[in-house]
Write a protein that binds this ligand. Structure first.
Ligand code: HEM
Length: 224
């Protein structure tokens, strides 16, 4: 029997692979999964980190941001349509890819294979971080009958465990999104040749540094 061709590192469900044949309409789902990661999820995350940078301008500015962010007509519907449902869809298909994929970074310790493994690890990390974060910022204040404001965030982030989780969360999201942009360009045929893929690698490293700085600075704002 002829040996199966080796699956490429960045194409865990390439249409010719045996994995892809088991996934329903994987061509459609892979592209939808990739698109959702950038739009609306990636756009939401960058805006969210930027908006939370109001912390750098102090209590009045941060509380004004929180008040204005709640003062949007149909807010819960918009949050479900543009944030929670896309995240759930992206995470579900991401788990399918992880379950059916193969970690080959131990056999091929290249930079791209390291990214392949980190993309999966940060995806799982974010599945833990996001519910914990939504609990801390939305459910906990309601359960305790408190108002979510700058003071609540300062108190929370001065707990060492919460601070550690947030530092890991913003590092994980910065990597996952920046490397996700690389994956998106590959999946959608935007970066076809090796030269374009290498250039995109440099751009995604710069994107990582930008997203990471944005997140770390937003946290720093609660310690000024
Ligand atoms: C610097 C770090 C961060 C800070 C200070 C922060 C702060 C907040 C605050 C205060 C809220 C409640 C907002 C509101 O009720 O209007 C919130 C909600 C939320 N955050 Fe973050 N966040 C951070 C990072 C992240 C990251 C990295 C993600 C995702 C990967 C994320 C995803 C969410 C989601 C999904 C919600 C709920 C949105 C909603 O239901 O309105 N956050 N965050």
């Amino acid at each position: 029997m002829a040996a199966q061709p080796e699956r490429t590192v960045h194409d865990p469900v390439s249409v010719s692979s045996p994995v892809a044949r088991r996934l329903p309409s994987s061509f459609f789902w892979k592209r939808l999964f990739s698109l959702l990661g950038i739009m609306p999820i990636g756009v939401y995350v960058v805006l969210h980190l930027y908006n939370n940078s109001h912390s750098l301008q102090g209590q009045a500015s941060y509380d004004a941001y929180l008040a204005s962010s709640h003062d949007i007509p149909y807010y819960p519907i918009l949050a479900w349509v543009f944030v929670y449902l896309p995240m759930l869809t992206h995470a579900t298909y991401g788990l399918v890819i992880i379950k059916r994929g193969r970690m080959n970074n131990l056999h091929y310790p290249w930079f791209r294979n390291l990214k392949y493994m980190l993309q999966r690890l940060t995806g799982i990390g974010l599945l833990l971080f996001i519910p914990a974060h939504v609990y801390k910022t939305k459910w906990e204040p309601q359960l305790k009958g408190e108002v979510l404001n700058y003071h609540h965030m300062v108190e929370g982030l001065h707990e060492p465990l919460t601070l550690g989780v947030y530092l890991l969360g913003v590092t994980g999201v910065a990597f996952h999104l920046a490397n996700g942009i690389w994956d998106f360009c590959y999946t959608w045929g935007i970066t076809v040749g090796p030269k374009a893929q290498r250039s995109m690698e440099i751009l995604s490293i710069l994107a990582f540094l930008a997203f990471w700085s944005l997140g770390l600075n937003a946290i720093r704002g609660f310690f000024l």
